[in-house]
Design a protein around this ligand. Sequence first.
Ligand SMILES: Cc1ncc(COP(=O)(O)O)c(C=O)c1O
Length: 270
Amino acid sequence: AHGKTKPRLIACEGSFHGRTLGSLALTHTPKYREPFLPLIDVEFVPFGDAAALARIMRDDVAAVFLEPVQGESGVQVPPPGYLRAVRELCTRHGSLFVADEVQTGIGRTGAMFAYQHEDVKPDVLCLAKALGGGVPIGAVVMTEAVAALLKPGLHGTTFGGNQLACAAALAVLEVVTQPGFLERVSAHGAQLQAGLRRIFPEALAVRGQGLLIGVQLPSDPAAIIRAGFDHGVVVGPAGGNVIRLAPPLTISGEEIDELCARLAAAKAAV
Ligand SMILES: Cc1ncc(COP(=O)(O)O)c(C=O)c1O
């Protein structure tokens, strides 16, 4: 809407926003973007570095896009105060703050949305993954002011507004908003991080928020991840030799103990 006066888009190094044209343009990782060049122009700044963003912010920036915790690049948690600084810069320059919470939203980090850990509000919020509890649904949530820029019919999709998917999302929200649910996610995250530190004393870092956890190992974790499958544990790789764990938010304390025991056995089998 402000294309002429605000042509610039900013995203973060290490970002992953998806593989469709717009989100791929915002994705920093060369292996995803390079096969599809040319893409929309996006400027990238180091993630977690508010001073670097401040140096390039001007009133011609339409929007700043970021993941409050970067997932694909290895579960990177920004330093305290970063999201607040981004919010302030965006407000000062009349730019939109777009939080991609596809991976972190709906309870994953122990808050409904990860931006709440810093008590800030984005102008636009992207949701998917946990929102459907396994049923495919995504949502873009925005302030009234941003929504006013979108007239009915401007955006649409064949499966948008699907009743089955919306019913699944409502069921998920009913569970996640139950009293104590998010506190349990945080407590279980702490329990899992402690277990992982015991299993991987050689880890360069065990970090995360809530039940989104990364174990950064000194070398490629592929063999351990493969052995995990043989022991009934599904974990995935992320950037920088990281094993990423994102278990169901409904996992119990006993199940975390079992997960740790199985992961320890998988590691021993490598
Ligand atoms: C932060 C983030 N944004 C966007 C996406 C892409 O979602 P989709 O593949 O549904 O387009 C992902 C997928 O992993 C993600 O982690």
